[in-house]
Design a binder for this molecule. Structure first.
Ligand code: 5GP
Ligand code: 5GP
Length: 228
């Protein structure tokens, strides 16, 4: 009798383990990464405006990247899945505005979105997050964070001035409740400038969380916020 109960218990344990394996995602959280267009464009590689014209002077989405707590991350999780324009047709006007592509040659943005879907989005794909859900989640996070407004409220503007890295992080924490990671690059005169802002989101892609690990990116203690 004891042996039967024990074997039932073991079977239940195995079933529970398998069900967790099936529904759980293969990553711990998302990095939600936004880029400052002025800092993408004033570097040595320069930039090309999208075919739809010069984007607004606002942070643009770079990507929503599945990430693990140990610093590793999955990529290109489904070579058979490419972005289908029809799946995101109701989002394209928002994507043009909030997720413009600045690389050369000029494009509509679809190539950038496809690249991000294939490299990162496929690793987040689940019943809840399909192509539409993935891009919609990123657009909603951008709206929630409103980085430019957060910085402006603290007197930090894209005016080519230098600002304290600490006060940039503090302004974003004050407005959003979460401390961002900041990545810098250098302009043609080798000034350190704010390039990308990393925030973290839960695996549903709907809520910001405190970053389990900060991305290892370096900035000087004073960084320029270039005009765009
Ligand atoms: P870079 O070398 O410019 O920092 O990154 C190149 C590309 O690698 C990024 O555009 C992104 O797709 C990917 N990548 C870089 N760092 C990370 C990271 O910490 N997490 C994830 N998930 N992807 C990253
Ligand atoms: P990462 O997200 O893999 O993996 O790297 C970004 C890739 O998207 C690069 O191949 C880059 O040339 C392309 N790309 C197209 N538009 C943009 C843009 O506006 N910003 C950045 N960072 N990359 C872009």
């Amino acid at each position: 009798m004891k042996l039967i109960k024990f074997s039932i218990f073991i079977r239940l344990l195995i079933i529970q383990y398998l069900s967790v394996l099936c529904v759980s995602e293969d990553f711990d959280f998302f990095y939600f990464v936004q880029q400052w267009p002025g800092s993408y464009c004033d570097t040595k590689h320069s930039c090309c405006y999208p075919r739809t014209g010069k984007p607004a002077a606002d942070f643009g989405i770079h990507g929503l990247w599945p990430q693990n707590k140990d610093g590793s991350y999955p990529q290109n999780c489904n070579r058979d899945s490419s972005l289908d324009e029809d799946q995101i047709s109701d989002l394209t006007s928002s994507l043009h505005k909030d997720w413009p592509s600045l690389s050369c040659p000029s494009s509509t943005g679809f190539r950038f979105w496809s690249h991000e879907w294939e490299k990162h989005g496929t690793c987040a794909e689940s019943e809840e997050i399909d192509q539409h859900g993935y891009f919609e989640a990123a657009l909603k996070l951008k709206e929630k964070a409103n980085l430019l407004q957060a910085l402006k409220s603290a007197g930090i503007k894209p005016d080519d001035e230098f600002y304290d890295l600490g006060s940039i992080k503090e302004a974003i924490r004050e407005a959003t409740g979460f401390t961002p990671g900041i990545e810098c690059n250098t302009d043609a005169s080798r000034n350190s400038q704010i390039y990308q802002v990393f925030m973290c989101a839960d695996i549903s892609g709907s809520e910001f969380i405190e970053c389990p690990v900060q991305p290892k990116r370096r900035c000087e203690s004073k960084v320029q916020f270039p005009e765009f």
